[in-house]
Design a protein. Structure first.
Length: 147
């Protein structure tokens, strides 16, 4: 999706996720709040996530700039299912094998994101390995652990 489209859809999604109606989206969409590395301002964005053994896993494209803020300032607030908690972010841009493995598991949990990454799914909903390999070269994997 284009950044222009996100500018229009993100504000109402954030309002919904902060409301009593968050259940409509909060099974796999959360609000990420972080501090800008240059501006020092608190910024927020809705992102798809996968919960795995108490950790939160997120992917974004390398071209989106917001993830760089997490390298500089890894302490963040996440609003998940109406609850706001502090987490520590670890950003992975280099470990391709981990990115492929985690992105495959992510797409099994959140298959709607496959289309945005250009990944096809087979009849059983399993991401196509070749598509995942190609997508992984343009992805950033972020692991959030409770602080």
């Amino acid at each position: 999706m284009s950044s222009l489209l996100y500018r229009f859809i993100n504000p109402p999604i954030k309002v919904l996720l902060r409301s009593g109606l968050h259940r409509l989206l909060s099974d796999n969409t959360m609000i990420l709040e972080f501090t800008g590395r240059k501006s020092g301002r608190v910024l927020s964005t809705p992102v798809s996530y996968r919960l795995d053994d108490g950790n939160i896993k997120v992917f974004t494209g390398t071209e989106s700039g917001w993830w760089r803020n997490l390298v500089a300032r890894p302490e963040v607030l996440l609003t998940i299912k109406g609850l706001r908690s502090t987490y520590h972010a670890t950003v992975n841009t280099d470990d391709r094998a981990t990115i492929v493995r985690e992105f495959t598991a992510f797409l099994k949990a959140v298959p709607r994101d496959a289309q945005f990454a250009g990944v096809g799914l087979d009849a059983a909903g399993v991401p196509l390995p070749r598509d995942v390999e190609i997508a992984a070269s343009k992805l950033v994997y972020i692991l959030f652990q409770p602080a």
